[in-house]
Write a protein that binds this ligand. Sequence first.
Ligand code: A2P
Length: 331
Amino acid sequence: KKYNVAVVGATGLVGQTFLKVLKERNFPIDNLYLYASARSAGKKVEFDGKEYEIIELNDDNIRDDIHIALFSAGGGTSKEYGPKFAAKNAVVVDNSSAWRMDKNVPLIVPEANPEAAADHSGIIANPNCSTIQVIPVLKVLDELYGLKRVIYSTYQAVAGSGQKGIDDLEANLRGEDSKGYPHKIAFNLIPHIDTFLDNGYTKEEIKMVEETRKILGLPDLKVTATCVRVPVRMGHAVSVNVELEKPFDLKEVTEAFAKKEGVIVKDDVKNNVYPMPLEAAGKDEVFVGRIRRDDSVENGLNLWVVADNIRKGAATNAVQIAEELIKREIV
Ligand code: A2P
């Protein structure tokens, strides 16, 4: 069976990667509809050797034969058009933060909670990029030992800000100022991703806290985060400090990660082997290394987790959710 698939935000960094990943995974597409803003209407985009004309996203152009709609065109667009596509019987997989914490919207990382897809009411949310990449690893630990507390420190690439993030880094390297970031990002670190809230945290940090709890089904889990933009082009890294409920064996932890689908262990420090953004870029898996005991607390563990933030952190995870919809006969 084949499906009619729409990509909303098809000209963007994530939108273009949706197309790459759909092709690579041989997604069963019947008709493909590519939407973007009026700015791109009529522009031609290639997919699988065929040319497609970009459709302007507006109320008159929402087709009623779409089975799956992959959205990555900003939160405002998802808020407005997600329900309109769903009303026409499409299942929307939305990469924005607009719907993630809505009670009626499943928030899914297929390595942790694919079964949640069954409860959708037309919209399924793809989690925040930094959250997605730590979940497969945390799921393994939760199943084996139980999670007590998690501390995230992130090192996030400029690609997470879309094409304009990459443009700023390159402009800075030529000596120009940033247009999007509030400071220069080249040769710098900016501890500020998304907007600040009254409690002193950024929205990005709170997303990691709330989304982790929702995906793992642990509403009371103690979690905290510090999110930092770094002058890396592609690939987020997260230092994850975990307190487990039960004692663990390091070898057993490493073996369990190695067995987990979608996770690759890179941990051979004697040979300088550990996950790095330059190596993770372009890959669909989550890489974990620097696996070591934290002796400052009981049952403490330190990990270093790296993934391509546009692939596993966005496009690949969304396409995997779409594959679950097909596998579970939800579309
Ligand atoms: P467009 O190229 O026409 O502006 P990125 O995350 O790389 O910045 O990409 C954002 C994507 O979202 C682009 O495909 C962009 O289309 C699309 N987009 C932004 N605003 C809208 C809108 N109001 N309606 C439809 N698509 C939009």
